[in-house]
Write a protein that binds this ligand. Sequence first.
Ligand code: FAD
Length: 433
Amino acid sequence: MSRKWLVAGGGISGLAAAQCLQAHDRDYLLLERCPAVGGLTRTTQVEDFCFDYTGHFLHLRRYPSPAQIPYANLNDEDWETVERKSYFLAGGRLVTAPIQYHLGELPDGLRAECETSYDARPKADGDATGFRDFIVSGFGQAVADHFLIPQNEKTMATPLSRLSIGAVKRFFPPPDEARIRAGFANRGERFAEYNTTFWYPKRGGIDVLTRGLAHGLKSVAANQDISNIDLDRRIVTTSSGLAVEWEKMFPSIPLKTLCALTKDPQLTTAAAKLSHSATISFNFGVRGKLPNALKDAHWVYVPDRDIPFYRFGCYSNISSAMSSPGTSAVYVEVGVPGEKIDGVDIVGKTQKDVIAALERLGWIKSEDIICAVTHLIRCAYVHHTPDRDGLVEEILSRLNTFGIHPIGRYGLWDYVGMEDSINSALTTVEAHV
Ligand SMILES: Cc1cc2nc3c(=O)[nH]c(=O)nc-3n(C[C@H](O)[C@H](O)[C@H](O)COP(=O)(O)OP(=O)(O)OC[C@H]3O[C@@H](n4cnc5c(N)ncnc54)[C@H](O)[C@@H]3O)c2cc1C
């Protein structure tokens, strides 16, 4: 058996890694456990409705446009630049997101409470690295308690007091006093953020990107669930009995799972301390249009703890090709602690609560739901706890000694988007070919 350059996992990171290896003429093999590649960037078509795995929008920093993403085989004419329209459900109305820069849109009483509390915000402790303290000292206790803490705790499915500021990095609009004050004054100013605009396919869902990255790959084996990784012999075995020896391995499988598959005591001990949330994404095809308040909303953050979901989104407000005229394609995301996702009937119970909440809000009537597709994202947001950096460093350096070089959001156990995941795969492979 000749040693392969092994790519473990066929989401966009694995596909990009495989393209790069193919371009360098390496004898590679990509193993994917599902029947189709794509991971979290797959798209499902149900009758006239097109659903992504959950809302996935392409934000580019490194590459000027989709056509310039290496190996992705994309044409810019197939993509639209979309100006983001996102909101926070706060004080019984939709307030422009990020809410911390639009507090003047709140009802008067709530706005005044937030402004008074902002003026009295505690000073940041010079050494403070906690996410919760960062929010309270940056925006004041009222904004923290009403909106930012519950929103992030619902999303990450963990108390924010466990997390460090690394949890959010560039994705969190910072406590910029000029912007916050402009927001209180409700001057309608808009400032550039990482996702003020994004790219989305004109036809079909985000798997236009996935299909582009998969195009022309010659050595992909689907339905191959890696069930054991023998570090000493450098052999991966799949549950269907395939055994592959690796020269170098580039896994995008979540790092915690990967370590468990090795059964190595040091790796499993370290990985057991890593935690993460899961997301259940309920996708609904709905008869009729959404209520007027939601008519242009791409997505809405929902911090209220009495409502089970942390975000509601509407694919068909982003691209009319996602459903037929007179219907809407929507998604609703619920955060669950990673270890609870396999609980008995959690999906069935949660779906009932989600639909009841949509009815209460007056957003969707249950009798208008034509179809429902549920996606489980077992590992959704990794938790940047204070010991995360040290643990990941320890794990990666041990894996590297066996020729294993993780890639992507979950391989590297980080909070990054699609472009970063692709880029991490390309830079990692380039460093080894
Ligand atoms: C709720 C949510 C919303 C997001 N929204 C956005 C967004 O709007 N924009 C953006 O840029 N990014 C977004 N992201 C991030 C984006 O999903 C990731 O950066 C990207 O999809 C990671 O791709 P990947 O290939 O590294 O991982 P994955 O897509 O998870 O691929 C990993 C692959 O490994 C396979 N695999 C797992 N275990 C095994 C095994 N044992 N054997 C073989 N194969 C295995 C899986 O089946 C999967 O195909 C979002 C993420 C979440 C959770």
